[in-house]
Design a protein around this ligand. Sequence first.
Ligand code: CP
Ligand code: NVA
Length: 315
Amino acid sequence: MTRHFLTVEDLSRDELLALLDRADALKAQRTTDPGGPHRFGEALAGRTVALLFEKPSTRTRLSFEVAVRELGGHPLPLSSGELQLGRGETIGDTARVMSRYVHAVVLRTFGQDRLIELATHADVPIVNALSDLEHPCQALADLQTVRAHTGGLEGRRLVYLGDGNNVAHSLLVAGALTGLSVTVAAPVGYEPDGEVLARARGLAESTGAELTVTNDPNAACDGADAVYTDVWASMGQEAEAEDRVAAFRPFQLDRSKLDRAADHAVALHCLPAHRGEEITDEVIDGPRSVVWEQAENRLHTQKALLLDLLSRGAG
Ligand code: CP
Ligand code: NVA
């Protein structure tokens, strides 16, 4: 059975925790001995990983390319505009052909249906590098970051301020699997998808994570261990940007909200940030911000993910 990573739900709780442990080990090794031999430096030798982007990207594109290289594989960055996909070749046919050349495909796209279609017709692992529904690779890095700063996930609480879309969805599922409670504070009309929330709540029954949705961004922050935000207008929603500012303004991650969180609380943002909109300079540049480490952790967690999906007998 070919394994895919289209949603955080594609990992079990044990797989997810083991992936985070391996990401921590990879990070420790790269940090303490940057020039030394990489423990998994040949794990993807002879493997090519296509990185296909239908939306812009800095972190995902770079971290996947570096991850594949540092694991000894060959990354192949592509945009749909340069493929026949951009001229109407179907995703199914693209999947059939790509499976003959490459060993995995990482896709950033719009609808989740495009990822499902690709996975249905591919014989190689497909990884969701962000869709309108989920950003599961981001959630892996978020968990690694929160765990490092709060000493654990179970029994801790993360507040997400803003749009209840892709990043919030992946955090809800990731929290459900690991016992991290997640509060999504979103404006009316921008709450998380009901089906995603229901599925996440189902998963949370075995871990005790409390998953809540509120329209009050201030009370949501009270006592939180981590406060997280994301852009108000996601990629593909640029035309709505002006209208969204008014609705989202009260949800800005600013000093007053961070002060309501626990003393040890950290501030997160998946980036790119629109400074002065969803997050203030004071918070993102302040002492409780862990956003740069969070971005770095994309590299370590995606290496661990690629090892799980692709490497033979990596121990
Ligand atoms: N956080 C994130 O996915 O960033 P990019 O859009 O730059 O890849
Ligand atoms: N919600 C944002 C995340 C960017 C990493 C978007 O989809 O554009």
